[in-house]
Design a protein around this ligand. Structure first.
Ligand SMILES: Cc1ncc(C[n+]2csc(CCOP(=O)(O)OP(=O)(O)O)c2C)c(N)n1
Length: 354
């Protein structure tokens, strides 16, 4: 099956052109923008893990290693397209235009950070695995009924493809030719379960065959290839030619979440050695150097600007007004159940700010 679904690459592992067809489109400005967003979300992710370790935010979901997959896909979207992310795709959301302050408030456990994005069509991150795939199909169908040309992208992991909702989402999208791109990030693990134990399918892309839609396998460490593959799938969707399943083969460098200890199920030394070789930021840097569009002064000032932006946003998060305890209960159901109403009352009577 790997021969039938070859890995699409625009850059080789050494950063050199593998496929120069898209050279014009991947001009200096575009490549610099892809690099900027990857560096921004890498820095944000490092700070996220550090903040959690220092007890300054709650559980955090790292995505280091998946920056090319997340940025390449997000930057291929049109202004009015819809994004359905999971808990791990906050890098993609930020690259698409999610509000940084709200994102940090979300990780800080604040209700204000859970409100829908004001800037872009970004749905709240799905914590249940794959339940958002039928929703994404529905949103895509709604856009068609409205007569718009907006497409939808739905993110999910390798583990999600074992869920019933994956099947339902893809099948209905295929039957109704919904303008949706199913963007899988195969990072090799569903928490501690390696993909080889998750399924007997050699690839995830081949699962598209069951629904009669195209399946594409792309190197998820190659930001240029991801950008091109997603853009082509979105264009196809917008032409009314239906959905595509894309498998971006990638790697999660860190833990599943900060509540996970990956050393229990994989060899950290091996991972650390491997990440040096496959790091998507190093790959695009090599590519840019090869094209003589790398400028270390530009990179340093970018790095400084991003650090400052993040430090200021973190300080705003920490100086944000104190949380209201009843927020924990008020947004579960439209009308609280008696159990929730009782818990709310108990906390407030113990001195919580209601
Ligand atoms: C419906 C459902 N079942 C189980 C879980 C518990 N759970 C949280 S993350 C996870 C693994 C998901 O793996 P994958 O889809 O590969 O995505 P990744 O975390 O690697 O991005 C599971 C089983 C859940 N959140 N939702």
């Amino acid at each position: 099956m790997k021969e039938k679904y070859p890995l699409f690459q625009v850059m080789g592992k050494d950063g050199k052109w593998q496929d120069q067809t898209y050279e014009k489109e991947l001009n200096e400005a575009k490549v610099k923008s892809l690099y900027y967003h990857m560096l921004r979300i890498r820095t944000y992710d490092q700070k996220g893990v550090a903040l959690q370790r220092q007890g300054r935010i709650g559980t955090y979901v790292p995505f280091a290693g998946q920056e090319a997959a997340q940025v390449g896909s997000a930057l291929a979207l049109g202004e009015e397209d819809w994004m359905f992310p999971t808990y791990r795709d906050h890098g993609a959301s930020l690259a698409f235009g999610a509000d940084l302050d709200m994102m940090l408030l979300h990780w800080n456990g604040r209700i204000e950070g859970c409100l829908p994005s004001r800037k872009k069509h970004i749905m709240p991150a799905s914590i249940p695995i794959a339940t958002h795939l039928p929703h994404a199909t529905g949103a895509a169908m709604a856009e068609t009924y409205k007569g718009s040309k907006n497409a939808t992208i739905a993110y999910f992991g390798d583990g999600a493809t074992s869920e019933g909702d994956f099947h339902e989402g893809l099948n209905i999208a295929s039957v109704f030719k919904a303008p949706v791109v199913f963007f899988n990030q195969n990072n090799g693990y569903a928490i501690s379960l390696p993909v080889e134990k998750q399924m007997n399918s050699e690839t995830i892309a081949q699962k598209a065959e069951a629904y009669g839609i195209p399946g594409i396998r792309v190197d998820g460490m190659d930001v240029l290839a991801v950008y091109i593959a997603v853009q082509q799938a979105l264009d196809k969707a917008k032409r009314g030619e239906g959905p595509t399943l894309i498998e971006a083969v990638t790697m999660r460098f860190g833990a599943h979440t900060t509540a996970d200890d990956p050393s229990k199920y994989r060899n950290q030394d091996e991972i650390n050695q491997k990440r040096e070789v496959v790091d998507p930021l190093i790959r695009i840097e090599k590519h840019m150097k090869g094209r003589h569009i790398w400028d270390s002064a530009w990179q340093s000032s970018l790095s400084e600007e991003i650090g400052e932006e993040l430090d200021n946003a973190i300080s705003r998060m920490e100086n944000y007004q104190k949380p209201v305890v009843s927020d924990m209960f008020d947004y579960v159901f439209e009308k609280p159940t008696w159990t929730i109403a009782k818990q709310r009352q108990q906390i407030i009577s113990r001195g919580g700010r209601g």
